[in-house]
Design a protein around this ligand. Structure first.
Ligand SMILES: Cc1cc2nc3c(=O)[nH]c(=O)nc-3n(C[C@H](O)[C@H](O)[C@H](O)COP(=O)(O)OP(=O)(O)OC[C@H]3O[C@@H](n4cnc5c(N)ncnc54)[C@H](O)[C@@H]3O)c2cc1C
Length: 539
């Protein structure tokens, strides 16, 4: 197959793009081209779970975005890692497998998006899954994505789970099962102790299909149009040469919550006034492009402990060697660790229907993940609000595709977000008072007990809270004036173009976003194949 005779071009080989490429190319009569700005996922740090400490902030694998200074964070700017490699962010993420709450998807449906209720999407989560615990009403086996239990434990995390139970919160053995609420342990996207990225699961096993062509190191600059019909796109190679390429049927943007709106705006699809300001000819005035940006914001409480934690293990070269040997021989131990071990999905007030905060409990501590652990024994109890109300946006910095867009997350902009995060911090403190955790804690270092009232806790959060890497919503699905795609993921105002990735979430899901990104692509593939069967893709 030459690179010029694709029916469908998928932009971005991330969590969504890999699933989509797999499902569409399963039909040998469909020619699929997958275009990725990053390179092959050959770095060993991608396969080793704890390698995210090495892959994040590495310009060979990470776009290395930065937000603008954020008023809600006292004017701080945050690094926003995004995978730039086959597998996208699933190649550099923390491996935690969480689907969200059924109410998230029912909420999408209630916004008018037919086909997206929990009952509609639950089978799509199961379809791609290989659950190592076996099949059940909630889980699938035989799918490409292996979901497994942690291969490492640490007493401090066990103590947290037990203390939370002593504080009255139920144990939950499966956060993707009958209910999300409770405390317990995360499952992870790993197979035999190695990362199972979207590329590992969905792309590499099918690279031999003659109707699938993958181009890496290909940075998509803009889409091409004939009138309002998308005809293809232009990508740029590492030497700076531009290559036009045509799609006979459709282009699907799976470039992520930053990449997809960026490409749309560069192509003249976006808010007309903003595009004119950038001197980009307007193809379609779709004002919602780049708006509705949402992200989870984590406040990271750090508790100093009497006994050693992982901070101590990785400080000693001998212990480090032992950890490496353990991983090399058994695929177990700290190197097989996902971003967090223990988990909690809790309600900050009894009247709430479902959990509104999530805990990530880590047997180590650092100012920010990827920035080196603290030189003392400590662990982290990170808490984030699950359904933020604050909305930010993504705008063009310039009409050049090489320039990163302006990212304004607008964290903690509403009173509700501020209140929930402060209540979450108080919950973390409350759990720390219970046995068997309490007796292991030497001191609360962050925020520290001097931060007593709500105002002080909020101020501490503004000063120190950081992202959890879940940007979403910038090409929102819906029926209102701010929506960018309809419930079939077709971009408004143009023909032959869809978005299928985290950007389409009208509201961020209550949990980590990798599994939802893959589910969105499963759904997209069903919609595209159905349209093809019905002849709706002939424009
Ligand atoms: C450090 C980190 C830790 C995380 N931890 C977890 C976790 O533990 N659990 C969890 O569930 N989620 C986690 N997430 C979030 C989750 O991985 C992402 O939400 C999910 O992978 C997003 O999928 P996507 O398909 O929307 O985008 P991505 O996977 O980011 O894919 C987008 C792809 O498009 C490519 N692309 C973008 N622009 C262009 C262009 N112009 N031309 C060509 N290609 C382009 C990118 O290079 C990338 O490969 C984490 C994310 C990060 C970054």
């Amino acid at each position: 197959m030459t690179a010029f005779d694709a029916d469908y071009i998928i932009v971005g080989a991330g969590s969504s793009g890999c699933v989509l490429a797999n499902r569409l190319s399963a039909d040998p009569s469909i020619r699929v081209l997958l275009i990725e700005a990053g390179g092959p996922d050959t770095s060993p740090w991608i396969r080793i779970p704890v390698g995210y400490f090495r892959t994040m902030h590495n310009p060979l694998l990470d776009w290395c975005y930065r937000t603008e200074t954020d008023p809600g964070l006292n004017g701080r700017s945050l690094a926003w890692p995004r995978g730039k490699v086959l597998g996208g962010s699933s190649s550099i993420n923390g491996l935690l497998y969480i689907r969200g709450q059924p109410q998230d998807y029912d909420g999408w449906r209630q916004l008018g998006n037919a086909g997206w209720s929990w009952d509609d999407v639950a089978p799509l989560f199961r379809r791609g899954e290989h659950q190592e615990r076996g099949s059940s009403v909630h889980h699938g086996v035989g799918g490409a994505l292996t979901v497994s239990d942690p291969r490492v434990s640490r007493p401090i995390c066990d103590a947290w789970v037990q203390a939370a139970q002593a504080a009255g919160y139920p144990f939950n053995s499966d956060f993707n099962g009958a209910a999300q609420e409770g405390v317990g342990y995360y499952q992870m996207t790993a197979r035999h102790g190695l990362r199972c990225s979207a590329a590992t699961a969905f792309l590499h096993p099918i690279r031999g299909r003659p109707n699938l062509h993958v181009i890496s190191h290909a940075h998509v600059q803009r889409l091409t149009f004939q009138g309002r019909r998308v005809t293809g796109l232009v990508w740029r190679d590492r030497a700076g040469a531009e290559h036009p390429i045509a799609a006979a049927a459709e282009v699907i943007l799976s470039a992520g919550a930053i990449g997809s709106p960026h490409i749309l705006m560069l192509s003249g699809v976006g808010d007309a006034a903003h595009l004119q300001e950038m001197e980009i000819p307007v193809t379609a005035n779709v004002s919602g492009v780049g708006r509705n940006l949402q992200d989870h914001l984590q406040a990271r409480l750090v508790f100093a402990t009497h006994g050693p934690t992982l901070n101590d293990e990785v400080r000693s070269p001998w212990r480090k060697l032992a950890v490496a040997l353990q991983f090399a021989t058994t695929r177990r131990g700290p190197m097989a660790m996902a971003a967090s071990l223990a988990a909690g999905f809790l309600r900050t007030a009894p009247h709430l229907e479902t959990p509104d905060v999530q805990f990530h409990i880590q047997p180590w501590s650092a100012d920010s993940p990827g920035e080196g652990v603290h030189p003392y024994s400590a662990f982290t109890a990170s808490v984030c609000q699950l359904r933020p109300e604050s909305r930010g946006d993504i705008r063009l910095r310039s009409p050049q595709a090489q320039d990163h867009p302006i990212i304004r997350p607008n964290y903690l902009a509403t009173a509700g977000d501020q209140k929930t995060l402060v209540a979450g911090i108080r919950l973390a403190r409350q759990i720390a008072k219970f046995s068997p955790l309490h007796e292991r804690i030497r001191a609360e270092l962050r925020p520290g007990l001097e931060a007593g009232d709500d105002a002080a806790l909020l101020e501490w959060a503004r000063q120190t809270a950081t992202k959890i890497y879940h940007p979403a919503g910038t090409c929102k699905m819906g029926q209102d004036a701010e929506s960018v795609v309809d419930e079939r993921l077709k971009v408004r105002g143009v023909v032959g173009l869809r978005v299928a990735d985290c950007a389409i979430m009208p509201n961020l899901v209550s949990g980590n976003t990798n599994a939802p990104a893959m589910m969105i692509a499963e759904k997209a593939s069903d919609l595209i194949l159905e349209d093809r069967r019905l002849g709706n893709d002939v424009f």
